[in-house]
Design a binder for this molecule. Structure first.
Ligand SMILES: [Zn+2]
Length: 331
């Protein structure tokens, strides 16, 4: 039996970005600029990081407490940094750099602006994006299953706009803590990033992971956050968007029931809904998605992050702390 999946929709094929890719590739050979008080560590010590499409890279900026703001930019997307409170790690700031599943493979630059009371300077990191291995699926379906009629198309567009608006402003403080929870432990379909070609038309790649589980199975929040949006959309069905702060969101779709309200604060592991097959789904499953600073990343990358366990040292930034503005999105 085929695992239950959803049939997401897109009218647009992806444009080729080869020239941009080549230009950035060349730029990647420029020397990296490292601060004098840089403490060498194994990963990224030479200012270089490598990651696959859909992965999350932990970028460490080893600055002391004098830093008042650390903010990065990668492929036009803001990357927020926050103080590294992991006990076993040297002092500094860390940023979660999401590599979008369609970021062009090659070397790209991560620019990090570092501000202290006395000075401001730019650090340049070289990020090598490696092509991820995603499935390609060709499907031939009855036309009415693939193409939306005018009314549905208008609805779909309005829903896209609603999501965009709801996630447009990132929360300024980091709400999550070490220790990510798998929302449902079920059968993973492993189709994150898979590309579908329906009746010869390229669709957007699958931007999350589908987890098969019986109807009504409890769906848990992967971490602390605020319910940014609850929906009942044509493709996603009943869904919950959680805001974990600093441009990090998790999504839970096709629910049979939503058990939280917009604006509500949730704890890691709190039940936000129940597994269903609402929207376009071939059977009960959870579509779990994560957006990190605008990049669509594999949600399971969260469970692999070196922010594990129930270490509570990453306490919320006390009010009045200058670092609380660290996540300010770039204009
Ligand atoms: Zn899905």
């Amino acid at each position: 039996m085929k695992p239950a999946v959803d049939l997401h929709y897109s009218r647009h094929a992806m444009p080729a970005q080869c020239l941009v890719g080549i230009a950035i590739l060349l730029a990647g050979y420029l020397l990296v600029d490292l601060v004098p008080w840089f403490v060498p560590t194994a990963q990224g010590a030479d200012g270089r990081y490598t990651g696959k499409q859909g992965e999350i890279i932990i970028v460490k900026v080893p600055v002391d407490d004098s830093a008042t703001r650390v903010q990065g930019k990668f492929l036009g997307r803001a990357v927020s940094f926050f103080p590294d409170t992991r006990l076993e790690e040297p002092k500094g700031f860390v940023g979660l750099l999401g590599i979008d599943l369609q970021d062009e493979p090659g070397t790209h630059e991560l620019l990090v602006e570092l501000k202290t009371a006395e000075q401001s300077r730019m650090l340049r990191y070289s990020i090598a994006v490696v092509k991820g291995k995603f499935h390609m699926e060709h499907l031939t379906l009855p036309k009415d299953k693939v193409d939306l009629d005018e009314k549905s198309l208008a609805r779909w567009k309005a829903e896209q706009e609603q999501v965009k608006e709801a996630l447009a402003t990132d929360s300024q403080s980091k709400l999550w803590q070490p220790g990510f929870v798998e929302p449902v432990s079920g059968k993973r379909t492993g189709i994150f990033g898979s590309m579908r070609v329906m009746n010869g038309q390229a669709r957007n790649p699958h931007n999350g992971e589908d987890i098969g589980a019986p109807l009504g199975t409890a769906v848990a929040a992967t971490n602390h956050g605020v319910v940014r949006l609850t929906v009942d959309h044509i493709f996603s069905g009943k869904g919950v968007f959680l805001d974990h702060g600093l441009g990090f969101y998790s999504m839970y779709f096709h629910l049979s029931e939503v058990l939280v309200k917009e604006g509500e604060q949730v704890k890691a592991g709190q039940i936000v809904g129940k597994v269903g097959a609402t929207g376009r789904a071939t059977g009960p499953h959870l579509h779990w998605g994560v957006k990190l600073n605008g990049a669509r990343v594999n949600p399971y990358a969260l469970l692999d992050l070196p922010f594990k366990g129930t270490v509570q040292s990453a306490a919320p930034v006390p009010s009045g702390d200058p670092t609380s503005s660290v996540g300010a999105p770039a204009p």
